[in-house]
Design a protein around this ligand. Sequence first.
Ligand code: GTP
Ligand code: MG
Length: 249
Amino acid sequence: MAIANVKSEVYLDLDTEKRHSADVTCQPETDSTDVYGLMTADGNPAILQTAMQFQQIMLLYEGAVQQVKNKLDILSKEFHITNNRNPIDSIRYRIKEPMSIAEKLSRKGMDVTLENMVTKLNDIAGIRVVCPFISDVYAVADMMTMQDDIRLVEKKDYVENPKENGYRSLHLVLEVMVFLSDRKQPVRVEVQIRTIAMNFWASLEHQLRYKSSSEISESISEDLKECAEIIALTDKRMQRIKEQIDEVD
Ligand code: GTP
Ligand code: MG
């Protein structure tokens, strides 16, 4: 299985690192003794260089996720002041764990390399925004994509076009510039925007799917989908009620 390969690769790296640090303290190796090809030109173990690059890359993702979160916080506060109502109920964010990154690349049939991680994955940095109403989902998406230091890379509207299993959410991949001491780097962040109702379904469905050790049966999938449809109808009904109240005000 692909994931088994990833794990053994990681274990191999740790092994070689240990072997190396022992070697380095006894006698510095030259290129000619570097039979495993583990040293860089400056005589450092290659794994250290990879680890440092990995840390630097993760720092970029942290910077990017903080920037996007800051922007959302500002919008949320501004709205609260001007409209006395908040289109954002909650914001959560996460940076993908190294093992999840390796697992995802492997699952997609790609080599576990830093280059693939940076160029092929859009969700190493992820933010989830939960909004009260459906109209808020689109309002927040528009407010974000309008900002001229944000580039919209991808938009998947699973609210208009739900997934086969009933999943609903608006997914954006945004790119922001992160400034380091000597360069700037565009970095992508996946933003999932959904209503409280959509989040209710997605959270429970995720929990049920991960709790189950085997594939969930077709009848349970159908049941879950039906729940998603009922929840979506209620979401739309709440939206209409909001519009009626807004008209009166
Ligand atoms: P992956 O990122 O590999 O999943 O492929 P993709 O980029 O085509 O995925 P997509 O944009 O459809 O979904 C990305 C994320 O949305 C997932 O990592 C989940 O957080 C969430 N998501 C997508 N589908 C489902 C679903 O059916 N149920 C739940 N609970 N979450 C989902
Ligand atoms: Mg994705």
